[in-house]
Design a protein around this ligand. Structure first.
Ligand code: G3H
Ligand code: 13P
Ligand code: ZN
Length: 332
C-alpha cells in the first residue's frame, strides 16, 4: 500500500470546497506522456493554480500505471523545484469502470478516483459507487461518480446518444452513494467531434460550425437541489479552431471538428462546476505542433526537436485554460 500522502499529493476535498466558494473550476488534464506532465506542471506553477492530473484506463495500458504514479510523484517534486512551495496536485483515475481498478489505484498512490457507473441501471450505479466510496474513504481518497450519459465513447462505455442528468435523481444518488463529486451530462461529450454538422448551425462569415448551447437550465436545477456540492464536467475541450487549421494545413484531416465554446465553460466555472476535464485540446496542441515541425523541417529526426515545440504549445494551451477560462490562477 502506498498512500498518496507519502507522495506529496492531495485529494480533492478542500480544493473543490474552495473552488465552489470562489466561483472557479480546477483544471483536470489527462496525461500519458512525459511532455504532457512537464507542460501541466509548468503551467500550474507559473499560474499558481491547483491542478488535477488524470489517468484513464487507456493511459495505464499505454504508459504503465506504476510509471504514471511515479510521474505524478515526480510532478510534485518538479513543481517544488520550479519554485512552488506547496503544490496542490491531485492524481486522479479517470473513468474507472470496476471496483478492482479503483482499489488498485487507491492502493497505489492515487488521491482521487472516478467510478463511472453511468452506463449501469440507476440502483447498480449507486451500489457500485457506494462500494468504491466505502473503500476509498478509509484512506481519505475522494470519489467522483457520474449520473447521466455523455454521447460518444467513454473508454469502455459507449453510447450513441446522450441522456441528460435528471435533477430529480441527484439528491438521492449523492446521499445514498456517498460520492464526493458528481459528473453530470448537460450536452458535453468526449473527443474532437462533439456535435455533428446537423446539430450545429454555420457562421455565414467564417463557415465554422456553431454548436448548440449546453443545458444550463439543468445545471442550475442541479445546483438548486445540491447547494454547494461539487459538480464535474467531462468532455470539455473547446477544440481550438487554429489548432485544427494547423493540423489540416500540414497534412492532417480533421474536417468539421468542433468543441464546447470557451464562453460557456467560463460561465459554468462560476457555478458549482468545480472540475473541468480537458484531454482532446492537449492532443490537438501536440499534434498541430508536431505536424507543423515535420512539414517545415523534414530533416529532423531527434524526438526532442519536435517534442519541444509540442510541449511549448501544450503549455500555452494549459495556461490559457487556467487563466482565461477556468479562473484557477493565483489560488495557491
Ligand atoms: O474520457 C476520455 C479521456 O479523454 C481519456 O481518453 O481513454 O483515450 O485515454 P483515453
Ligand atoms: P475531452 O475529450 O473533451 O477533452 O474530454 C476529456 C474528458 O472528459 C476526460 O475524462
Ligand atoms: Zn471523461
Amino acid at each position: 500500500m502506498t498512500s498518496y500522502k507519502e507522495l506529496g499529493l492531495v485529494n480533492t476535498r478542500e480544493m473543490f470546497a474552495k473552488a465552489v466558494a470562489g466561483g472557479y473550476a480546477i483544471p483536470a488534464f489527462n496525461f500519458n506522456t512525459l511532455e504532457q506532465m512537464q507542460a501541466i506542471v509548468q503551467a500550474a506553477v507559473e499560474t499558481k493554480s491547483p491542478v488535477i492530473m488524470q489517468v484513464s484506463k487507456g493511459a495505464r495500458n499505454y504508459a504503465n500505471g506504476t510509471i504514471l504514479r511515479y510521474m505524478a510523484q515526480g510532478a510534485v517534486e518538479y513543481a517544488k523545484e520550479l519554485g512552488c512551495e506547496n503544490p496542490q496536485i491531485v492524481l486522479h483515475l479517470d473513468h474507472g469502470d470496476t471496483f478492482e481498478l479503483c482499489k488498485d489505484c487507491i492502493d497505489n498512490g492515487f488521491s482521487s478516483v472516478m467510478i463511472d457507473g453511468s452506463s449501469l441501471p440507476y440502483e447498480e450505479n449507486i451500489a457500485l459507487t457506494k462500494k468504491v466510496v466505502e473503500y476509498a474513504h478509509k484512506f481519505d481518497v475522494t470519489v467522483e461518480a457520474e449520473l447521466g450519459v455523455l454521447a460518444g465513447v467513454e473508454d469502455e462505455v459507449a453510447s450513441e446518444v446522450s441522456h441528460y442528468t435528471k435533477p430529480d435523481e441527484v439528491v438521492d444518488f449523492s446521499t445514498r452513494s456517498g460520492c464526493d463529486s458528481l459528473a453530470i451530462s448537460i450536452g458535453t461529450s468526449h473527443g474532437a467531434y462533439k456535435f455533428t454538422p446537423e446539430q450545429c448551425t454555420r457562421d455565414p462569415k467564417t463557415g465554422r460550425l456553431v454548436p448548440p448551447p449546453l443545458a444550463f437550465d439543468i445545471l442550475h436545477e442541479i445546483e438548486k437541489r445540491l447547494p454547494g456540492f461539487p459538480i464535474v464536467l467531462h468532455g470539455s475541450s473547446s477544440v481550438p479552431q487554429d489548432e485544427v487549421d494547423t493540423i489540416n494545413a500540414h497534412g492532417g484531416k480533421l474536417p468539421d471538428a468542433v468543441g464546447i465554446p470557451e464562453e460557456q465553460l467560463r460561465e459554468a466555472s462560476k457555478s458549482a462546476v468545480c472540475k473541468i476535464n480537458i484531454d482532446s485540446d492537449s492532443r490537438l496542441a501536440m499534434t498541430a505542433a508536431i505536424r507543423k515541425h515535420f512539414d517545415e523541417k523534414p530533416g529532423d529526426f531527434d524526438p526532442r526537436q519536435y517534442l519541444k515545440p509540442a510541449r511549448e504549445n501544450m503549455k500555452k494551451m494549459y495556461i490559457h485554460k487556467i487563466v482565461e477560462v477556468l479562473g484557477s490562477n493565483n489560488k495557491l
